[in-house]
Design a protein. Structure first.
Lengths: 107, 107, 107, 107
């Protein structure tokens, strides 16, 4: 079962800067062979269910190893059985309805 | 690794009423031996990582089998390594700071 | 416009225990006259749009005043125009489909 | 109070394709003068609190006007008082820790 997800990890008890933990997760997801795209409030991920959730578990394990005592994660994820759809398809579908260009997108 | 999660499944393409899908998930989670507590916008779940995520996968599979072509799920989940904490502990901790009683809680 | 929401505030940069901030928010929501019900991973809220979002803003302001430099909040919220629905209605609708009893609910 | 948010609207009861509703929201956010960046599972938004939440309300109103009887929205949002931070700053901070390049980013 394929899944498109959006992962946002929030390490708690390590101060206000969490970017090094997010960077470590980016590496984990990349090394798992998953297609990802980071944005300002999380990371889009697509792949097979077990690969995606296996990598997310590794992210939690690694953040704890790096010293964070507590993690609160928000994960949105979608599955569909009516047709195949990639992360790019989802964006293209909206872009098309806006005449070929998204707000904030470089021309 | 123990996890406390909050699961909110949104079947898409099956009309406005989604309670039968939510009810089916409640059964899946219960049959997986997980401790759960449903609320008006999701279900709290606690258990071992693999048990929790295995049951969530079964929920997605079942909702698709029941006829939903698409599902968008929001999952919050937390892990901590500094100490054990249950769902009840989290609520008790807030209740204590409010003098022993939560707003909306029956006396 | 009526809204049913689920609020989960995560103060960052104040250590691992966040219950005193959550408790302060419970008071803010209650004093705003909103109907609320806390659970282990957030708080259900129902009310008029402006009342709900006004109270949430006060929660952010108060948590910062209490000393948290950063807050990351997850808010789920739903509106519907086909019919009136309360938080209790949502739970009742699932309970009914489960034969009158939710898993984890005291008999 | 400035806020960085991530908005994901899910119209319910209008079938499996929701891109036209998402496209309409992109226009609302843009017309409100907010800085936005859409991704595959939502839209990053930054601006003043009242502008952001005012635009989100307009999105809900518009989606209902377009015919969706029910909407379930997931909103993550963060405020901080220790320093100014933009959406771009958040991404730059992670990119720097990865040696100047994010996975999935075109060279």
């Amino acid at each position: 079962m394929k899944v498109i997800a959006d992962l946002c990890v929030v390490p708690i008890g390590v101060g206000v800067s969490v970017s090094k933990y997010v960077a470590a997760c980016e590496k984990v997801l990349c090394e798992a062979g998953l297609e990802t795209k980071m944005h300002a409030y999380g990371t889009n991920i697509q792949g097979e269910w077990d690969d995606v959730f296996g990598a997310i578990r590794k992210c939690h394990e690694l953040i704890h190893e790096m010293g964070a005592p507590r993690i609160s994660t928000i994960l949105k994820f979608g599955t569909r059985v009516d047709r195949e759809q990639t992360m790019g398809d989802k964006i293209d579908s909206v872009r098309e309805k806006l005449g070929g260009h998204l707000p904030g997108e470089d021309l």
